[in-house]
Ligand binder design. Structure first.
Ligand SMILES: Cc1cc2nc3c(=O)[nH]c(=O)nc-3n(C[C@H](O)[C@H](O)[C@H](O)COP(=O)(O)OP(=O)(O)OC[C@H]3O[C@@H](n4cnc5c(N)ncnc54)[C@H](O)[C@@H]3O)c2cc1C
Length: 374
């Protein structure tokens, strides 16, 4: 018997899950709240690790296409002191395929392929056990039932309350994100400063990170420890007013080298991203017919693994439910495996955030030296 399976959310977790099921010829319905794939900017670049995101793409049969699209040179990492001195300048070997970068939009399109996503279908609630299966309520008032509902709907999941009362908590660190376009022609000095991959500067309780995407696009993240409502204390700073942000956010990095601050001063639009996390070892009592993947299950600080884990979750759950065994037993076994893996990474990333945005900037450099291959 073919199970009626729905996945809520068309991010890395949900699309990988659906794509691996598709490869196993198992039907699945993907519900995504965005009205279209390009309804909002897709976000920055992602590095997909050989043993995580790339392994998941292998299970979807998409590894060769990923290798053609991805940017191995984007693995380069440079660290500067706040006065602009280069402290580390790491470049990958030409054959290094450990963590190549890919734009989020390219990854989404690669995973979408032949999938038939129901766009503009925002889920409001999932009710676990009804006589017909699991009930899904939509914002447009419609209802549908399934044998298995998979919550891959990110940090503020509407599926999570069906299995867990946990809610994301603020870490005390906020990002302000901006971007630069055509950096090689319009800002050649900044292009040289950033190099082929990422560049980071660490100061006391703050950091500035710039990451190259494809096509000369650069994402810049100002990171600092601050109360959740920090911007309301800056004379009512309106984050939609790019001119006002351009003049006030660099002041948080007072005394830093001018070219570094230019990364912010030349930014276009600004977005505030307070970092929230779920408890480090978030688990739940198994609920038949409902489970969670990715950020919905284990939201952690963005230290380069969230999308990777989301994709591995998606691929493993798909293989588990596509098999001949009992559906519920397959989901239970998957959850145990996901919780163990996510728990390990949640500890690592929580400790990492403490060191990267730290009162002692030497901690960030030490962390880089511990994890970077020499
Ligand atoms: C600044 C930043 C940089 C990052 N860099 C990296 C990196 O380099 N490498 C890495 O591995 N990770 C990175 N991450 C983490 C990564 O973005 C997430 O872990 C990853 O996107 C999680 O994937 P997901 O599919 O679980 O959730 P999401 O990507 O959040 O996708 C959830 C999807 O569900 C949809 N949705 C939400 N609610 C509903 C609803 N009610 N009904 C229907 N659909 C809904 C959303 O529209 C979205 O499409 C970064 C995160 C941030 C914030």
């Amino acid at each position: 018997m073919r199970h009626r399976i729905a996945v809520i959310g068309g991010g890395p977790a949900g699309l990988t899950f659906a794509r691996v099921l598709h490869r196993h010829d198992h039907p699945v319905t993907v519900f995504e709240r965005d009205p279209a794939p390009d309804a909002r900017p897709p976000g920055g670049t992602l590095d997909l690790h050989e043993n995580l995101g790339q392994r998941a793409l292998g299970k979807a049969g998409l590894l060769a296409e990923f290798q053609a699209l991805s940017r191995p040179e984007g693995q380069a990492m440079r660290i500067l002191d706040t006065d602009g001195t280069v402290l580390r300048d790491w470049k990958p070997r030409p054959d290094d395929r450990a963590n190549p970068e890919i734009d989020r939009g390219q990854l989404r399109d690669l995973l979408l392929g032949p999938l038939d996503v129901q766009w503009g279908r925002k889920v409001t609630e999932v009710v676990p056990v009804t006589r017909d299966g699991v009930l899904v309520n939509f914002a447009d008032g419609r209802q549908e039932t399934f044998d298995l509902v998979v919550g891959a709907d990110g940090a503020w999941s509407r599926v999570r309350p069906a299995v867990s009362s946990a809610t994301p908590q603020y870490t005390g660190v906020t990002l302000v994100e901006t971007s630069l376009d055509d950096v090689d022609t319009r800002h050649p000095g900044l292009a040289r400063l950033i190099g082929d991959g990422s560049m980071a500067v660490y100061g006391v309780n703050r950091a500035l990170v710039a990451q190259r995407n494809s096509g000369g696009h650069v994402k810049v993240y100002a990171q600092f420890r601050a109360p959740l409502d920090w911007h309301t204390h800056l004379d009512g700073l309106d984050l939609a007013d790019a001119e006002a942000v351009r003049s006030s956010v660099p002041a948080l990095f007072d005394g830093w080298a001018a070219p570094v601050l230019d990364l912010l001063r030349r930014g276009t639009a600004f977005v505030r991203r307070p970092l929230h996390v779920l408890p480090v070892s978030h688990t739940w009592a198994h609920v038949p017919g409902v489970t969670l993947l990715g950020d919905a299950a284990h939201l952690m600080p963005p230290l380069g693994v969230g999308a990777n884990l989301a994709m591995v979750d998606g691929a493993e759950l798909a293989e588990s439910v596509a098999g001949p065994g009992d559906l519920d037993e397959g989901v239970r076994a998957f959850e145990e495996q996901m919780w163990a893996r996510a728990g390990r990474w949640a500890k690592i990333t929580a400790a990492g955030l403490e060191r990267l945005v730290s009162p002692d900037p030497a901690q960030a450099l030490a962390l880089f030296d511990e994890v970077q291959p020499s």
